[in-house]
Ligand binder design. Structure first.
Ligand code: NAG
Ligand code: NAG
Ligand code: NAG
Ligand code: NAG
Ligand code: NAG
Length: 434
């Protein structure tokens, strides 16, 4: 057995291998599926031994077989060092996670040079599914069991010295991918990331990490189109679902976010970059115990457009700021004033109801590129019980043009400016296209 060591990243490429090598370990089941269990390749599954070589070998075999399943059987705890599982593979490959899967503890605090950008790295896959009843545990938010023992020192060290921590599960350049039923927990950073991908379905998954774990986004999307995330529960220390530039046609439905920072588009346009996000629908969303409910954040100086975004049937409870657009986003403390901004147009809030603890609505749009086509209908927000009146802020609508309709309670929330013949916001034409 190979003990775990934070050495290299294993790569399983589908292309260069011989099927005869391990054919006896692949077993055909009914329905034309072939199951390839990591246990047949020497995986120990005791939570201590490093089973990543077994995973890679099982993957290489399954990758060659149409409709194959790589099985991580239940009743075991598989510890894997960082690994890349890549295609192209035969169609309809499935990773069946029934046992528990563990990342090396404390991976986010390895010396910078050896720290991976992601732990399970899937790339170049087409028609791939991850499913099962197992838990994928990043082992990174409870730091008491391994050195360095002093948690506050760890966080400080991370914050000042160490830079990026690894994403737990990442898909790159993959299409028609489905992730369902699994539980993902305690990531050092983002839990589930899709980059430059499309045709993504995420269903019935649970993500859970403590509310005070830094930068632990639940699901993070960038340059990814045609996404359907539904019937899932996400608790983490950062954005519940984060939608970055290059995303379009993203649907989210029946999502619980608790705790965390809510559903977020952005930060977009950092370092004067171009950002394009369109056709986003978040429907039947519950956000509890969170910093924000539904938010769009852009950096000053960015370019591009956010268009056609709908947040409907959003319930908030104990959320600091349920509705936010911030075109002055700045997480580094010091950002210079810029005139350019990512344009935001066509944002609808329909039936956003519940309680807040700081400010019900915060729409801070750019002077040069005001937000247009913002609409609110049936938005009812009241202070959470026990909120001290002195801690509450009035709603803000700055350079936000649109219309409020239906029930708006209290009325001050509907502070949008109407766009009539005399107050048409001035926007210069862009010299690029999204
Ligand atoms: C959702 O996932 C859980 C945990 O894996 C599983 O027990 C349950 O059957 C799944 N529900 C559906 C509808 O698939
Ligand atoms: C942990 O670190 C903090 C800050 O450096 C220090 O105040 C505290 O005493 C340390 N605790 C232990 C148990 O070493
Ligand atoms: C994804 O699946 C759909 C339906 O099965 C298919 O039409 C489409 O071509 C697939 N996309 C890719 C990139 O393979
Ligand atoms: C807006 O986005 C939604 C969600 O993707 C989509 O269904 C709808 O067709 C889009 N509307 C327009 C006018 O593009
Ligand atoms: C940016 O603009 C605001 C509002 O006009 C002003 O209060 C602030 O001092 C400016 N900041 C810098 C760094 O110029």
């Amino acid at each position: 057995m190979r003990r775990f060591s934070p050495a290299g990243v294993l790569v399983a490429a589908g292309a260069m291998l011989t099927l005869c090598l391990a054919a006896p370990a692949a077993r055909s089941a009914g329905g034309g599926r072939t199951t390839v269990s990591v246990s047949s390749f020497g995986a120990v599954g005791n939570g201590v031994a490093d089973d990543s070589e077994a995973l890679v070998r099982a993957w290489r075999v399954a990758c060659r077989i149409p409709r194959a399943t790589v099985l991580l059987p239940s009743g075991h705890r598989f510890l894997f060092s960082p690994v890349t599982l890549q295609g192209p593979c035969n169609t309809k490959l499935t990773l069946q996670i029934d046992g528990d899967v563990l990342a090396p503890p404390g991976m986010g605090y390895w010396p910078r040079a050896r720290r991976p950008l992601q732990w399970l790295n899937f790339k170049w896959l087409n028609g791939f599914t991850i499913q099962g009843t197992g838990t994928v545990d990043g082992q990174s938010t409870s730091l008491t069991n391994h050195s360095p023992a002093n948690v506050s020192q760890v966080w400080n060290w991370h914050w000042y010295v160490s830079g990026v921590k690894p994403t737990l599960i990442r898909f790159y350049s993959s299409f028609n991918v489905s992730v369902r039923n699994i539980r993902v927990t305690n990531s050092p950073q983002c839990h589930l990331k899709f980059d430059s991908s499309g045709g993504i379905t995420v269903k019935n998954i649970t993500i859970s990490s403590p509310g005070d774990s830094l930068n632990t986004d639940g699901i993070h999307l960038q340059n990814t189109r045609d996404v359907d995330i539904r019937s899932s529960s996400i608790g983490c220390g950062d954005d519940c679902i984060s939608i970055q530039t290059g995303c379009s046609n993203v649907h989210m439905k029946n999502i619980n976010c608790n705790p965390g920072h809510g559903i977020s588009l952005g930060g977009l346009g950092k370092d004067n970059s171009l950002a394009c996000v369109s056709d986003v629908l978040a429907d039947h969303i519950n956000v509890e115990n969170a910093l924000y409910g539904v938010r769009i954040k852009t950096w000053q100086g960015g370019k591009g457009t956010v268009r056609n975004v709908t947040f409907s049937n959003v319930r908030v409870a104990n959320v600091a700021t349920p509705i936010a657009i911030d075109q002055f986003y700045c997480d580094a403390g010091r950002c210079g004033n810029r005139t350019d901004a990512v344009e935001i147009t066509g944002v609808a809030y329909r039936r956003v109801v519940g309680t807040y603890t700081y400010q019900p609505v915060h729409l801070a749009c750019s002077d040069a590129r005001p937000c247009t086509g913002v609409s609110m209908a049936d938005v009812r927000l009241s202070p959470a019980s026990g909120s001290a009146a002195g801690a509450l802020r009035r709603p803000l609508c700055w350079k936000s043009y649109g219309e409020a309709a239906g029930m708006i309670e209290p009325a001050a929330i509907g502070c949008l400016q109407r766009r009539d013949g005399f107050v048409t916001p001035f926007t210069e034409p862009f010299n690029y296209t999204c």
